[in-house]
Design a protein around this ligand. Sequence first.
Ligand SMILES: Nc1ncnc2c1ncn2[C@@H]1O[C@H](COP(=O)(O)OP(=O)(O)OP(=O)(O)O)[C@@H](O)[C@H]1O
Ligand SMILES: [Mg+2]
Length: 319
Amino acid sequence: MDGGVVLESLWSKRAVLVSGKGGVGKTTLAAALAVAAARAGQPVLLVELSPDENGPSTLAALVGARDEGPRVTVARPGLSFVRLSALEGHRRFLEETLPLRWLADAALRARALRRFLDAGPGLREMGLLYQMLTLLRLTRPGGGPTHPLAILDLPATGHALGLASLPRSVLSVMPGGPIGRAMAEGLAFLQDPARTGVLLASLPEPLPVSEALALSQDLRRLGLPLAAAVLNRMPEDPFTPASRAAAERLLAAHGPHQGQRALGRLARAQASWERFAVGLDAPHLCLPELSATGPELVEQLAGRLVTAPPSRRAREATP
Ligand SMILES: Nc1ncnc2c1ncn2[C@@H]1O[C@H](COP(=O)(O)OP(=O)(O)OP(=O)(O)O)[C@@H](O)[C@H]1O
Ligand SMILES: [Mg+2]
């Protein structure tokens, strides 16, 4: 499918959640998408949701951004970076719900409360979700959102699902009050296909594709809208049908050979692409396996994504 269609389906959102199993290229893809968006004149906030909030940020390094934790930094024109932190989210939340700012600081300094807020993954994610909503709600002095589009690099499959199932579980025990209201807002945001879209990434091998198809079912069950899917690291196929047939004859005549493994990988990749494309009800695209690494890989992949100027519809300032 045309990469332009895939990008169009993403550029119109307020938040794109890059999701998929471990190691499929989520971080690389999130960075490449952000670079492609910035090149196309689409301002973007690249967001890291790291399980380890104190370690170095791979994502920041991939786009040459300064990592100042919860403070938004500008990596290049149109590309900002931020690292969500549960602590920051909890602080904002307490500031907005407690009558005085110093009460929020005092509350966060109380060891018992901090232990409580760090304890359950749910509460940690609640802080992350709250901080994300706060960032998306920011407006520019002249009106319009400060960050019209956020691209979130989710560290593992569980996080997209955790973020989406969290508001529901909180709402079931706390339907009212400030926490209930914040969660209802978060849930409405995450489940609104006009504002949120998941980009599901996978690799061109049978098991990762099966996992991606299963994940898409989980997303559907949770009401998280799938916006697009990318099969990453597609091996380059150097053959025409005729040269492939000749290569197969040659290999068959000479017994087991390295070349046979390469041909087998190509065949699996092609079959995986077909299953992926048929099994997912969303615009899809494959990206090639490249020899570059790090920021250079990101720049090259961004170049493979179509960078036609996006046609954004007008946005309101609320997330
Ligand atoms: N198209 C590509 N071509 C070549 N190498 C790639 C490509 N995409 C990703 N990689 C490499 O694959 C490795 C895993 O990528 P990445 O860290 O982005 O995956 P991830 O899904 O974010 O992993 P994790 O689940 O651990 O967060 C990295 O070394 C990256 O450079
Ligand atoms: Mg990653």
